[in-house]
Each structure stands twice: as C-alpha cells, then as structure tokens.
Design a protein around this ligand. Sequence first.
Ligand code: NAD
Ligand code: TYD
Length: 371
Amino acid sequence: MADNDISATERRKRMNLSGKHLLVTGGAGFIGSNFILYLMREYDNLCITNLDKLTYAGNLENLRGVENDPRYRFVLGDVCDRTLLQSLFAEKQIDLVVHFAAESHVDRSIRDAGAFVQTNIGGTLSLLDAAMNAWKLDGGYRADVKFLQVSTDEVYGSLGKTGVFTERSPLDPHSPYAASKAGADMVVKAYHDTHGLPVCITRCSNNYGPYQFPEKLIPLMFTNCLRKKPLPVYGDGLQVRDWLYAEDHCRAIERVLLDGRAGEVYNIGGRNERTNLQIVKTIIETVRRLHDPSVSEALITHVADRKGHDRRYAIDASKIERELGWKPLVPFEEGMERTIRWYLEHEDWLAHIVSGAYEEYYRQMYGESAS
Ligand code: NAD
Ligand code: TYD
C-alpha cells in the first residue's frame, strides 16, 4: 500500500504501537485473549508477553492461533509473584502494561472472596510496583510507557430505573468482586497521584463474544439451551446490564493505550441496555433459528436471586467517544449472532470446559450437573 493510502487512524496506530512490547496479564481469559488476537491481527510489529496463572478461567486453547508466532510468548505465573514480575521487566524492555488478570465472577466472590482480594488488589499492587521500578528515571519515567488498568462499571454500584454512570460517579461497589476491583482502581490512582506513574483506568460494561467462560450469563444460557437444561434466571430477571461486544472493548483499550491521558478514567459501554430475560430470550430465539427449532422458552426457570444483586448498570461513554474518537462498531443483534455461531462452531472448546472442576462448581451453584 502506498504511504498516502494509509488512513490517519492507521498511520497513528503504526506510529505508536509499532515496535512496542506489551505485557498483557490474564491474556488466556475471555477479554484478554480477544485483545491479544485483535492486536496481533492489527499490527505486524509489536511484541506481547502474556502472563497468566491459568486459573480455572484461563485457557490456552483461546490462543492456539498465535502460540507459535515469534511476536508472542506465554509466561505461566501469578501477578502476585514479585520476583517473577521483576524478572519479566528486567528481561525485556516492556513499554505498556495492560492488566486484565483478575478473579472475575461475582457469584464466586459471594462464595469466597479471598482470591478476589489477593489477585485483584494484591496482584495489581505488585504489578504497579514492578512497572514503577522498571520505568523510573531520575525525576520521572521513561517516555511512552503506560499502565492500563482494565476495570469494570460494577465499581459504581447499582442504578435505579434512570441515570447512567459517568467517570465522576462515586465508587459504591456491592459485591466482593466489585469491591476488589474498586480497591485496585484506587491503588492505581494513588500510584498516579503519589508517584506520578502514567496510568489509565478503563471501566467497561458487560462484555459478550467468543471465548467467554460458560459460568457467565450468555454462554451459560447458550450451553443449557444446547443440552435442553433449565435456564436459571436469578429472581425476576428484570435486572439490566449494558452489553458490549468484546472486540469493541478491545478497540477501546487500544484507543486508550494510544491517546488516553495519564491519570484519567474512561468509561466504555455500548448504550445497549437489556434485561436478563431479554438476553435469555434472544439466545433461545437465535439457537432455534440457527441450530435446533425445538428449544423453547419453557426452559426458562426462575431461581433464587443473587445476594446483593445489582439492579441496573448503564454507562455514559461520551468521554472516550469525544476525546479519543472511539465508538462501538458491532450492533447487539450482529454481535449476538456472531457469538452464538462461534459457540456452535466450537462445541469442542465448550466440551473441554464443561467437565472436571466446572462440573463441581455448577453442581454446587445450581444443584445439578452442567452436562
Ligand atoms: P476471565 O475470568 O475470563 O479471565 C481472567 C484471566 O486472568 C484468566 O486467564 C486467569 O487465568 C487469569 N488470572 C486470574 N488470576 C490470576 C493471577 N493471580 N495471576 C495471573 N493471571 C491470573 O476474565 P474476563 O472476563 O476476561 O475479564 C478480564 C478483565 O476485564 C478483568 O479484570 C475484569 O474485571 C474486567 N472486565 C470484565 C468484564 C466482563 O464482562 N467480562 C467487563 C468489564 C471489565
Ligand atoms: P454475569 O454474566 O455473572 O455478569 P455480572 O454479574 O458481572 O453482571 O451476570 C449477568 C446477569 O445475569 C446478572 O444480573 C446475573 C444474571 N445471571 C442469571 O440470572 N443467571 C445466571 O445463571 C447467571 C450466571 C447470571
């Protein structure tokens, strides 16, 4: 392609991320793996180290397509392991940290919050210290470095029927998961305010798309539709979430890496509010149309509500739209269709997960087998 054929956005991408080395934590999880696959498609000339502990949620199958790519390497390890972190920063000149690694499931945090505090707060602190020590120069930091904390709208708590979360909404987390993410965000902000570390925090709404672990609403309901098992809707099912296709989240993170201002928070969301019942009905309708006409709404089963269940989330993403020119590209109907098709085409992926430890979790959580 001749140089003058390159769009302004393309040129900026080549300028700023080309030649960079990214440390991505939690890259074997749902959004982290989507992010690595996305960046490696978009850029020829960047390197990624993926540090992941491979908890139950980490899955190297997600990264099969890049595992032999010389631009990519996987490191098995814990974000709480300070010695390991120090050696990773010493071995390679890491320019950017994108911190996804976390315990991420609200229901698990209700049962046992320990790992959430340890990984989400303790792990973030270890990573901040390692980045700060590696990037420090006399009187400042290396140019063009950035620590991006991938956070969630759940730190803002719950909304009533109206209103949206802005970056200025107070932090009011309810679940242990949300509290641990809010705690981590505060430590990240403190490292900016106290030590001048160049950080950005992104707070995204609920994601959906390929590679999401089946404990979460959309893949869980899809899996149960395939197996004609009850679809366990918590309480009245009228709780509202603001859904965003994972690749749109990845593009937002890319924008913040490129142009986000240090010390700033950016909300990310799709302006796509749906009740849980609407989501479940969309999944049923899509599975009926694409795969099995005998699946029906009769499978919907209302079960006991989640403790402390947040009623409604909705994101005002106007700051990232205005300042960084991001907007979601994948409409909800198209994203759901792509997602359901992906799961239908990757039954093996699902089958490998819906066994072993997940089977035990499902039995404890829902009182029956997952398969
Ligand atoms: P996920 O549970 O699918 O993946 C988490 C990954 O982190 C896994 O690969 C796991 O092995 C790894 N991990 C866990 N503990 C670790 C540790 N101590 N050291 C190293 N690796 C560890 O999560 P996800 O849904 O992909 O979420 C990724 C990030 O995005 C999280 O920080 C989450 O809070 C945030 N987020 C998620 C959503 C969503 O809808 N899923 C929305 C907004 C923000
Ligand atoms: P989830 O995917 O766990 O995401 P989060 O709690 O982080 O928003 O849940 C999304 C919504 O779906 C939430 O309101 C809880 C509800 N839900 C059910 O009704 N049944 C289920 O089996 C699950 C996993 C979730």
